[in-house]
Design a protein around this ligand. Structure first.
Ligand code: PGA
Length: 248
């Protein structure tokens, strides 16, 4: 595993061409030696990927798609984007299995097909997993995470292009984050589940209400190699603070 610390900006269904100028300071930060190990990856909505590509040209900031279809190349699937299309645009990453898509009907089997297709197109995968509040209350988080990992990563031979984003569903967009111990336990359980599948040490990131205030605590969680940031990433100042407070 490298020393990189991942900072993922997931813009969801937000953003417009006018928001691009707010990224100038972030570009400056990404060029500073001090932040060399910050691996910054933006996931704009599909409609802005091209604009982001131009904006981040000649920088080390990467771009990814927020989802993709499970068919690798082309097909009659209205409204969908394939791994090949993302790749052609210059994306290096794709988020798969985000809870907002799971809630909208995406199954573990769909997720598995998407991961296999995207890997075939040489995209790096940010594979999201996490338990709901109901599952947490039933104390079945470990089983849920194990199932999501085993089903989502079924048949994968090469793990080196996969990152895991642990995102408790009850923490996304709520302002509530897990307690220190709970988070460390879940991350360590994820590591154990993964170690039964591969000797590759996949980076495990945390996502769910990460902001410029709670980052000072979150950065001390053992085993975490970065953060998937939703709403706070749409505010460049907050996102910059998150990076600065993590790497100081
Ligand atoms: P949030 O979103 O930071 O707004 O909670 C996280 C996510 O969607 O992954």
């Amino acid at each position: 595993m490298t020393n990189n610390i991942y900072f993922i900006a997931n813009w969801k269904m937000y953003g417009s061409t006018s928001t691009l100028s707010s990224l100038n300071k972030l570009i400056n930060l990404s060029k500073q030696k001090k932040y060399n190990k910050a691996k910054i990856i933006y996931f704009p909505p599909f409609t802005l990927i091209y604009n982001f590509m131009n904006k981040f040209k000649k920088t080390k900031i990467s771009i990814g798609g927020q989802n993709c279809h499970h068919i690798e190349n082309y097909g009659s699937f209205t409204g969908s984007i394939s791994p090949k299309m993302l790749k052609e645009l210059g994306c290096r990453y794709v988020i798969i299995g985000h809870s907002e898509n799971r809630t909208a009907g995406e199954t573990d089997a769909n997720i598995n097909k998407k991961i296999l297709s995207a890997l075939n197109k040489n995209l790096k995968i940010v594979f999201c997993i996490g338990e709901t509040l109901k599952e947490k209350r039933k104390k079945i988080t470990h089983t849920i995470l194990k199932n999501q990992i085993n089903k989502g990563l079924k048949g994968i031979k090469n793990y080196k292009n996969i990152l895991i984003a642990y995102e408790p569903v009850w923490s996304i967009g709520t302002g509530v984050i897990p307690k220190h111990n709970e988070l460390e336990t879940n991350v360590s359980n994820i590591r154990k589940i993964l170690s039964k599948k591969t000797s590759v040490k996949l980076p495990i990131l945390y996502g769910g209400s990460v902001n410029d205030k709670n980052i000072s605590n979150l950065k001390n969680i053992r085993g975490i190699k970065g953060f998937l940031v939703g709403s706070a990433s749409q505010n460049s100042k907050k996102f910059i603070d998150i990076i600065k407070k993590t790497i100081n």
